[in-house]
Design a binder for this molecule. Structure first.
Ligand SMILES: NC(=O)c1ccc[n+]([C@@H]2O[C@H](COP(=O)([O-])OP(=O)(O)OC[C@H]3O[C@@H](n4cnc5c(N)ncnc54)[C@H](OP(=O)(O)O)[C@@H]3O)[C@@H](O)[C@H]2O)c1
Length: 304
């Protein structure tokens, strides 16, 4: 069971790391993405790529019929909170309608469905958050994800929801992350404004991949939080990154959210409690210092 795994968003940041690990574990991976494959796994045993825009229900159904997946991991999304705020119709289409299309196809055969979600489903007034706490998003990205979570929970199949927060690691594909941004900016001698009054538990990409694999191996369902355990601000993360890389942190400008207006409002204090995952799955979180070493220490190889 679960031998054939269909992954959406395979060309993205998480998608690339997860694809590498799933192939290493011997799964047949039906990697899907918008447009051509940007992963370096063509010809690897077990690797299949299908172009699939999951906002198109017909494309989704055709791929499901052709490939008969045994497990779905839905990692694809419109992930920029600011883009979601500015293009609400598109954000709804991708993050909510797209999830509905995939659920509908999965329900036909009742295959387990794992949905990637975010700390941004929470209001950010009382972090750190447990899995059973009420969602109350403060921006449109969080709203689309929270509404998609409801559809997942109502689906007639075994479901799991994985929430994560501020993921960092070697950016193999997809969007960069705060650490790669700090490195790129400071290496060019450019300054960077970073907020110091928002609080997160940043997640090492390898831990997120491990968590998802634990769910697969242990055939678990329900809501799970996979993140780091150290609460810090993006400014603190940036200073520690600069220090680790031997770059001057003087180019990092410490700002408040009020001084750094962005189209999408950010929750102030999120952070996810991983107690349930530690206790029930044996999940463990990499400390930020070790995460920096794993991200930069040995080049940009996959963390998986
Ligand atoms: N990274 C984080 O800090 C973080 C934090 C919390 C939650 N998450 C969640 O984790 C998941 C993975 O995020 P990520 O960091 O890997 O993001 P990412 O690098 O932006 O990857 C998202 C992928 O989804 C694909 N996609 C978007 N619309 C699509 C569509 N209509 N059809 C098919 N593919 C589509 C994108 O395709 P293109 O490459 O063609 O644009 C991209 O490859 C997301 O669900 C996100 O909400 C991430």
């Amino acid at each position: 069971m679960y031998k054939r795994i269909l992954l959406t968003g395979a060309n993205g940041f998480l998608g690339h790391h997860l694809a590498a690990r799933l192939l290493k574990c011997g799964y047949v991976l039906i990697a899907t993405g918008r447009g051509p494959c940007r992963l370096p796994f063509s010809g690897s045993p077990g690797f299949i790529y299908e172009e699939m825009d999951f906002t198109d229900p017909q494309q989704v159904q055709e791929v499901f019929t052709r490939q008969s997946p045994g497990y779905i991991i839905h990692a694809g999304a419109m992930t920029s909170p600011d883009a979601c705020e500015q293009q609400r119709e598109k954000a709804w289409q991708v993050n909510w309608e797209g999830t509905c299309n995939l659920l509908q196809a999965a329900e036909r055969t009742g295959v387990p469905f794992c949905f990637l979600s975010t700390d941004f489903v929470f209001s950010g007034t009382t972090g750190m958050y447990r899995e059973d706490e009420a969602t109350a998003p403060v921006n449109y990205y969080g709203y689309t994800k929270a509404e998609a979570e409801k559809k997942v929970q109502a689906a007639n199949l075994p479901w799991s929801i994985v929430r994560t927060v501020l993921v960092y690691g070697a950016p193999l594909q997809g969007r960069g992350n705060l650490l790669s941004l700090v490195k790129n900016k400071l290496e060019k001698g450019e300054s960077l404004r970073v907020v110091d009054d928002q609080f997160r538990t940043p997640t090492f990409i390898g831990d997120l991949v491990n968590g998802i694999c634990l769910l697969l191996e242990k055939k678990q369902t329900g809501i799970w939080h996979f993140s780091g355990e150290e609460m810090m601000t993006p400014y603190e993360m940036s200073v520690r990154t600069a220090s680790y890389l031997g770059l001057t942190s003087g180019l990092l400008e410490r700002v408040t959210a009020a001084e750094f207006p962005e189209p999408a409002k950010r929750p102030v204090r999120t952070g996810l409690s991983v107690e349930k995952a530690k206790k029930e799955l044996g999940y463990s979180a990499t400390g930020f210092s070790e995460g920096l070493r794993l991200t930069f220490g040995n080049g940009a190889g996959p963390s998986a």
